[in-house]
Design a binder for this molecule. Sequence first.
Ligand SMILES: Cc1ncc(COP(=O)(O)O)c(C=O)c1O
Length: 421
Amino acid sequence: MSPTRSEPRPDLRPAPRSDLRPDLRSRADDLDARSPLAETRDLFELPAGVVYLDGNSLGALPRAVRPALSDAVTRQWGTDLIGSWEANGWWELPLTLGDRVGALLGAAPGQVVVTDSTTVNWFTACSAALDLRPDRYVLDSLVARRGLELLAVTVDRMPAVLAERGADVAVLATSHLDYRTGRLHDLPGLTAAAHDAGALAVWDLSHTTGVVPIGLDAAGVDLAVGCGYKYLNGGPGAPAFVYVARAHLPHVVNPLPGWTSAADPFAMEQEHRPDVGIARMRIGTPPVLSMTALGAALSVYDGLDLANIRRASLSLTGLFLDVLDELLPPRSGVGVLTPRDPAARGSQVSVTHPEATRLVRDLAAGAVLTDLRRPDIVRFGFAPLYVTHVDALIAATEFAELLGAPAGARATAPEPALAER
Ligand SMILES: Cc1ncc(COP(=O)(O)O)c(C=O)c1O
């Protein structure tokens, strides 16, 4: 979830980090040196000394955003004025950005549009999915909550429920990653199970877009949504996206058919005639400045291979878990919620502790930024484009120390200056 309603935070004050355990430090250095993403950290503006592990809530600022926004404001808006809708591609931004996001989702062009917020898109996508199954519900009740039954089941029970209730189930709608536990769900398997039962599958990809190869087309996903401000680094409140599989595009009904979703928006026809493509999922005027920021942010992915990003992500979370195992004192009270199995891990590690609130606050005081999910979860998010293995080591070491890891867990060898990290 974002924004995070956090405790008032003390001023950031980088912790003294002169005493990381040398064997762990050289392991982290080695992993960083060999990382295929060794260069990408420089594409971001990050305050010196801060270990930023909250990119799963709000991605860091890519350097490319500032000049892009400055150009959009000064030249495009300031000088080109209304002509920018055509001359500077403003009108097409939802679609041009949609195809660029689609490339990260394993979606061929023409199936993704960047628009609105995740919540709005979740509504439109789920509504559209239900409409694609008109035989599955009582039409009279469509508007008044549609007369449907919401089967709130755990992901583990979904295949069994689909098998038992298959003929009654219209849509399986869930998140690719559990934002509390960090558990990655089996998107291809559950999509196939939904299809076997005759249902459609709608996925929320907010926590996996940009860090996990998703393969939407290959998995046969029907509809999906996700946000722009986490691993896509589009900035606070960045526009979200919605995916509709090509096969559904001719039939999909946008429940909020604003003027920009029309086939000929400027004709303002009496009857709404939807666009033939993914633009039918647009609603209103696009927020150009936010879209510009997202467009610039997406450039950090240019030339990167998602398989390498996934490898780097698993390496970071793997190292973090290993270091916790090594340094946490006995009876620390920490429970690890995130699966050890890499196949079931996204790009975050969640742990429980009765004093989670204090721990998040004290980590922040040492410039290790994480987040709290009340009452007792600490989330460590690893955005592999700018989080290093040394960051992971620092965070795990400081976390263990806050829980009373013996000072001997550290060594005394001097550390390079923080600015060099
Ligand atoms: C998985 C998921 N879905 C939906 C949302 C809500 O998105 P928004 O507030 O941008 O509409 C969030 C917010 O963090 C999220 O994590």
